[in-house]
Write a protein that binds this ligand. Structure first.
Ligand SMILES: [Fe+2]
Ligand SMILES: [Fe+2]
Length: 228
């Protein structure tokens, strides 16, 4: 099976108790561990960003150990809180050095689950009106990363896109991201980042042939969501 979930926001190595974000976050790591018991060692889970609060790879070691010990293969992508991320290759060598060999990184590449291509990037929030040059620049880079990932999928008939930021949310709308999904025949898009009351504004359902789903941990009850 293929699963996905976003925003684990682990803090084994940082002083960041998550229950301040609401009662549902109390003991959330325990909830995750319990709910991952439904996942088997042959399964794969895409974790859509905001894995940990740690600021450096060393700060995050316990969090990554926790992720590594969850069953199956884990493919992670970057979220806005992943400050430990300098480059994907540095993180990969850190994981290998510490024997965290069940973790892979989705970044300018794609993974195959059977015949299905798993593509994605972090994304960004860029308002449709009056966006700053800085936001436009970051968004353009993310669009490029998504296209690189989609190109890596080659002729795969089914391509699933995982993002940290939704392609559209309230005043934010990335025409370029949405256009890429359509141009590359993507019909499924999973995203995280949105928590708590903000979830009321999140779009879930089908729009122009693409189905969108929010999979931030609190939104899905800290249970990985089955994709395939
Ligand atoms: Fe986020
Ligand atoms: Fe988050």
């Amino acid at each position: 099976m293929l699963y996905t979930i976003g925003d684990l926001h682990l803090s084994f190595g940082a002083d960041k108790p998550m229950d301040v974000f609401g009662a549902e976050w109390e003991n959330h790591a325990e909830k995750l561990r319990e709910n991952f018991k439904a996942v088997s060692p042959e399964d794969t889970t895409v974790i859509a960003g905001d894995m940990t609060w740690g600021m450096s790879l060393n700060d995050c070691l316990e969090d990554f150990r926790f992720i590594h010990e969850l069953p199956g293969k884990k493919i992670i992508l970057k979220g806005n809180h992943d400050f430990w991320w300098s480059t994907a290759s540095k993180a990969m060598s850190f994981f290998r050095e510490h024997g965290l060999d069940s973790i892979e990184i989705l970044n300018n590449n794609c993974f195959f689950y059977g015949e299905t291509a798993l593509c994605g990037t972090r994304g960004w929030f860029c308002p449709r009106e009056n966006a700053s040059d800085q936001d436009k620049k970051i968004m353009a880079r993310e669009v490029q990363r998504l296209e690189t990932s989609l190109k890596a999928a080659g002729e795969a008939e089914r391509k699933i896109v995982f993002l940290h930021y939704p392609p559209f949310y309230g005043k934010y709308y990335s025409d370029e991201m949405v256009e890429l999904l359509h141009r590359y025949g993507v019909r499924e898009c999973y995203y995280g980042h949105i928590h708590g009351a903000g979830r009321l504004l999140a779009f879930e359902g089908e729009a122009d042939g693409v189905s969108y789903r929010l999979i931030s941990a609190d939104h899905v009850g800290f249970k990985p969501v089955r994709v395939i």
